[in-house]
Write a protein that binds this ligand. Structure first.
Ligand SMILES: [Zn+2]
Length: 426
């Protein structure tokens, strides 16, 4: 039994009411100015004002019949928040497409880039050619970068294989990263990410392959199935076919919806009972209302809008409509190339107009709901994993304020320091 007492912290965390926080509750957090947290075997057993937690710790010591059974961490007055949950990433690739970034800055259009052999299909070619070990290694390195920036739970999508064999290889690489946790990993199957070159003349034929062969083959290896609903990629009807097939073999639906054009993706996500709808830059008011009514979480990706120099999603309007908002990095090799939830948090506050506490809920509790991890992560609550961050500041506001660097001083996963390595301060 390993017991750890964190003392002298300014604790700020959402409280988990059993549903994502929406509307006026989106920014609801509990604050303990002189707080403490006690964890046993990696789980939170007490959290609150230091005096109350010390009583609980003493009770714990008596129960253990040992005078000093708890390790102590003096947090020196730093702000403690839950570990970030990054609910939307495409981490499983080899190299980012840096040359393409430069061409884009020079004014090349996405079609120019595709014609020059770039774009997502370039990543698909390299992932198909890679070994599972090389993919796992590259993904693990990126997951560790996420961890250093405070992410203790991360969703990772496949979707750069686009054959049954290569999608299985990606999911195996993601599973290898999951076994090396932290960070904790949630795998998502995204076979309907792009139409592969060999199906260029018929996306329906590719969807047939997904439904007939790939979805059954990946069953049990991914918790969620996602699809890219967009003009020129997959139609709402094609996405529906894939997601219904996936749901029948135990994967819960998610949807990349209304990123560039309003294709009624939000309404489709709502009608399928999707756990989340992602991007939503172009979603109309009606779609947003349906998502809210269906209990979906809106996963917003402001680093993607930033990287593509597009307007941000209408986060304030979503909060007004009672739609729970989460934020994610969308880390991928082409547009949003960042592992940093602090960067995304800053964009959410300064770019999308969320309050600091709304952004905190969006990057922790609501993000945990968006990947089905709410019973284990997303808040400093009794019974959840003791995944927590100590910040170089007094409030979560430092995450948005101290731009371009990480304000995360220490990361604990399951109550154990995950970064920096033991032996370094603090
Ligand atoms: Zn994405």
């Amino acid at each position: 039994v390993r017991t750890t007492l964190f003392r002298n912290a300014r604790i700020v965390s959402p409280e988990d009411p059993g549903i994502p926080l929406a509307g006026p509750a989106q920014g609801t957090v509990a604050t303990f100015d002189r707080g403490a947290l006690l964890c046993r075997d990696g789980l939170v057993v007490a959290v609150g004002p230091e005096k109350d937690v010390l009583d609980a710790a003493r009770w714990n010591e008596r129960a253990a019949r040992r005078p000093r059974s708890a390790d102590e961490v003096d947090c020196e007055g730093r702000c403690m928040i839950p570990g970030f949950v990054d609910p939307h990433t495409h981490l499983c690739f080899l190299e980012p497409r840096e040359a393409e970034f430069l061409r884009r800055l020079d004014g090349a259009s996405y079609l120019d880039i595709l014609a020059a052999g770039g774009g997502i299909l370039a990543t698909v070619a390299s992932v198909r050619a890679a070994s599972e070990e090389a993919l796992a290694d590259a993904t693990r390195q990126r997951a560790l970068a996420c961890l250093r920036h405070g992410t203790t739970t991360i969703e990772i999508k496949s979707g750069y294989g686009l054959t049954t064999e290569a999608e299985l290889k990606q999911l195996a690489a993601i599973d290898a990263v999951a076994r090396a946790a932290p960070p904790a990993v949630v795998p998502t199957f995204l076979g309907a990410h792009a139409v592969p070159r060999e199906f260029a003349d018929g996306s329906d034929e590719y969807v047939d392959l997904l439904v007939r062969e790939t979805v059954p083959a990946v069953a049990g290896r991914a918790r969620f199935c996602d699809a890219f609903c967009e003009r020129g990629v997959f139609t709402p009807e094609q996405c529906r076919r894939v997601l219904v097939a996936a749901r029948a073999v135990g994967m819960r639906p998610k949807l990349h919806a209304d990123e560039v054009h309003d294709t009624d993706g939000a309404a489709l996500a709502a009608s399928l009972g999707a756990v989340s709808a992602e991007h939503l830059l172009a979603a109309g008011e009606d779609g947003l209302r349906r998502l809210a009514a269906a209990g979906c979480v809106a996963v917003l990706l402001p680093a993607t809008a930033y990287a593509l120099r597009k307007p941000y999603a209408a986060a304030r309007r979503m909060v007004e409509l009672g739609l729970p908002v989460a934020i994610a990095t969308d880390c991928n090799p082409g547009s949003s190339y960042t592992e940093s939830m602090p960067f995304v948090f800053g964009l959410a506050v300064l770019g999308m107009g969320l309050s600091v506490n709304e952004a905190l809920v969006a990057s922790t509790l609501n993000a945990a709901y968006a990947v089905g991890e709410q019973e284990r992560a997303g808040s400093l609550s009794i019974g959840k994993r003791a995944d927590l961050l100590l910040l170089d500041g007094e409030t979560p506001g430092i995450v948005a304020f101290h731009a371009g660097v990480s304000p995360v001083r220490a990361v604990y996963a399951n109550g154990v320091r995950a970064w920096p390595a033991e032996g370094n301060h603090p």
